[in-house]
Design a protein around this ligand. Structure first.
Ligand SMILES: Cc1cc2nc3c(=O)[nH]c(=O)nc-3n(C[C@H](O)[C@H](O)[C@H](O)COP(=O)(O)O)c2cc1C
Length: 179
């Protein structure tokens, strides 16, 4: 049984992402793998200022908060990033948290749940092609794209059957990569 982290990358007050990430974890229960929420809000991190480049750090960090983040992330076999889109790209705090580590992410399977107004194509492509691709993570083809306008009725997350179908495909492809 693989361990999969559902990483919530918004730390904003009143964030929409908490409901989306909780829904992902909830929908994943009862499957053959072990899914757990990793909330970036529980990991306050410095802006990436380490002298040693994280890819060369061999999972050992001078900053205790980064070390705790490293230990948390390294314990998982694969990841689902639950990501908003900020100014058409990856959110700064989430990118910083990603950049703080190196070998913990490298080569591992990853899938994405994006949410935005309209479609999340740009942020998902940025995560997939540029950011996680830099560390040779294995991104699955399927992704889940939550349109906030269509899926938040009266400020409550009410996912459509279409996004539920997308999520099931995303989980299945990620699990297939984990074997
Ligand atoms: C800094 C910032 C930039 C944003 N840029 C976009 C954007 O490019 N496209 C979009 O659809 N929504 C954008 N939004 C609106 C977000 O989709 C919306 O606020 C969403 O709730 C953010 O996720 P969060 O609440 O989990 O942080 C932006 C919001 C913020 C705070």
């Amino acid at each position: 049984m693989a361990k999969i982290a559902v990483v919530l990358g918004s730390i904003r007050k009143g964030r929409a992402g908490k409901a989306v990430a909780d829904w992902v974890v909830d929908q994943a229960q009862g499957r053959d793998h072990d899914y757990a929420l990793v909330d970036l809000l529980d990991h306050p991190l410095p802006l990436m200022d380490a002298e040693v480049v994280p890819a060369a750090a061999e999972k050992a960090y001078a900053d205790s908060a980064v070390q705790r983040w490293s230990d948390t992330i390294d314990a998982f076999d694969g990841y689902i990033f639950v990501t908003p889109e900020y100014n058409s790209n990856v959110p700064g705090p989430f990118k910083n948290a990603f950049d703080c580590l190196g070998q913990e992410w490298a080569g591992k399977p990853i899938a994405f749940v994006g949410y935005s107004f309209g479609n999340s194509r740009r942020v998902l492509e940025s995560w997939r092609m540029s950011v996680t691709g830099s560390l040779k993570m294995q991104a699955v083809d399927a992704a889940t794209d939550v349109d906030l306008a269509a899926n938040f009725a009266d400020a409550a997350f009410t996912p459509t059957s279409a996004v539920l179908t997308q999520l099931q495909a995303t989980l299945e492809e990620l699990e297939a990569k984990l074997g």
